[in-house]
Design a protein around this ligand. Structure first.
Ligand code: ADE
Ligand code: ZN
Length: 352
C-alpha cells in the first residue's frame, strides 16, 4: 500500500463518530468548486507577503471575520479581492495542490474544477501562468493522490460577451487541458442569454457546457441555460422547485444539479440549513449532488457539506449513498470510469 493511501486510511479510522466516518470515507466526486474559492486565509497571507501585495486585513482572524455575507455580490467583492494575491505560476500551483490534499483527506476520488481566467488576465496575469500552475498541481494530484480531475473554464457573467470571446480565443493553445466551459459571477441582471453566441462558439470548438443558474436568479434563467446555452449540468439550480414544468424538463433531459448547501446558507439563499430544499429536490426525482463551491470562504469542503445537510435534515445512509453515486453519474467521466468508481463506492458501503 502506498504512503498516500495509508495516511488517508488512518485519517478515516481516527474519526470516532460513525456518521462522520461514513461521510469522510465514502468514495465521492466534487463537481462544483471554484479553485479561487479554495484559497485559505493562511495561504492568502503567505502569498500576499511573497508577492508584496497589500491586504486590507492585518491578521488571519480579521480575514475570517470579514467573511460575513448577505448575498452573492457581497461575497464576490471579497472573493475577487482575495484573488489579487495570485500572481505567479507557483501561487496557482500551491493553491491547487492544497485543495487536492484536502480531497485526499475526504476520499474525493474525482473533481471537476472551475477556474476564472478573466479574474486574472484582467489584472495582467497571463492565461499561461494560471493554467500552467493549476495543471502542474493536477498532474501531481493524479500521481500522488490518484485523484482524477477535469477543468471547467468559466466566463464571468458581469463582463461582456465580447470579453468572454477574447478568453475563449486565449484558451485555444490549452484546449486539451480544458473539458468544459461554465458561467459564474453576479447572476441577477446577467441572464444566460447574454452569452448565447459564445456558448455556441465554445460548443463548435468541442467544449461541453455548464452554467450557474437559479442560485439567486429566477427559474427563467435555468430555462435559458437549458434551451439557449444547451448546458449539460446546472450549477446550483435550487430555485427550479418554483416551476413544476422546469422540474419535469430537468428530469426528462436528465440534467443534474450541483447543489452547494453551505454556500447557500452563507449567501442567504436559504435562512438556515433546516430550510434548505435539497431533500425536496431529491424527492422530486432530480439528480442532485453535494459540493463545496468556495470552501475557504463558506466554512467547509465536500464532507462538511454532506455533514451539514445530514445533521439539519436527517438524511439517511441511503440518501448519502444516492448523493455520492449521483456525483459520479453526473460527472463528465466515461461510462467505464463511472462504473469503476461506483464499484468502489458499492464496496465501501457494503463493508462499512
Ligand atoms: N463564483 C464563485 N462562487 C460563485 C457562486 N457561488 N456563484 C456565482 N459565481 C461564483
Ligand atoms: Zn459556484
Amino acid at each position: 500500500m502506498d504512503e498516500a493511501l495509508s495516511a488517508q486510511e488512518s485519517i478515516f479510522l481516527n474519526i470516532k463518530d460513525p456518521l462522520h466516518r461514513f461521510i469522510h470515507g465514502i468514495p465521492k466526486a466534487e463537481l462544483h468548486v471554484h479553485i479561487e474559492g479554495t484559497l485559505e486565509p493562511k495561504l492568502m497571507f503567505d502569498l500576499a507577503k511573497r508577492n508584496n501585495v497589500a491586504l486590507k486585513y492585518k491578521t488571519i482572524d480579521e480575514v475570517k471575520e470579514a467573511y460575513q455575507f448577505h448575498n452573492l455580490q457581497s461575497f464576490l467583492d471579497i472573493y475577487y479581492e482575495g484573488a489579487n494575491v495570485l500572481i505567479t505560476e507557483q501561487d496557482f500551483f500551491d493553491m491547487t495542490l492544497s485543495y487536492l490534499q484536502k480531497l485526499n483527506e475526504q476520499n474525493v476520488l474525482h473533481a471537476e474544477i472551475f477556474f476564472d481566467p478573466q479574474t486574472h488576465t484582467e489584472r495582467g496575469v497571463s492565461f499561461d501562468t494560471v493554467i500552467s500552475g493549476i495543471n502542474k498541481a493536477l498532474d501531481i494530484g493524479r500521481e500522488k493522490y490518484k485523484v482524477s480531475t477535469k477543468l471547467i473554464m468559466c466566463f464571468l457573467r458581469h463582463l461582456s460577451e465580447e470579453s468572454a470571446f477574447e478568453i475563449l480565443e486565449e484558451a485555444k493553445p490549452f484546449k486539451n487541458l480544458i473539458h468544459a466551459v461554465g458561467l459564474d459571477s453576479s447572476e441577477l441582471g446577467n441572464p444566460p442569454s447574454k452569452f448565447l453566441n459564445v456558448f455556441k462558439a465554445a460548443s463548435d470548438l468541442g467544449y461541453v457546457s455548464v452554467a450557474h443558474a437559479g442560485e439567486e436568479g429566477p427559474p427563467e434563467y435555468i430555462w435559458e441555460a437549458i434551451e439557449k446555452l444547451r448546458i449539460k449540468r446546472i450549477d446550483h439550480g435550487v430555485r427550479c422547485l418554483e416551476d413544476l414544468n422546469l422540474i419535469c424538463e430537468l428530469i426528462t433531459r436528465q440534467i443534474p444539479l450541483t447543489v452547494c448547501p453551505l454556500s447557500n446558507i452563507k449567501l442567504a439563499v436559504f435562512n438556515d440549513m433546516k430550510s434548505h430544499n435539497i431533500k425536496e429536490l431529491m424527492k422530486a426525482g432530480l439528480i442532485v449532488t453535494v459540493n463545496s463551491d468556495d470552501p475557504a470562504y463558506f466554512g467547509g469542503y465536500v464532507a462538511e457539506n454532506y455533514l451539514a445537510v445530514c445533521e439539519a435534515l436527517q438524511l439517511s445512509k441511503d440518501d448519502i449513498y444516492t448523493l455520492a453515486k449521483n456525483s459520479f453519474l453526473a460527472s463528465f467521466l466515461s461510462e467505464d470510469e463511472k462504473n469503476n468508481y461506483i464499484n468502489r463506492l458499492d464496496n465501501f458501503v457494503n463493508s462499512f
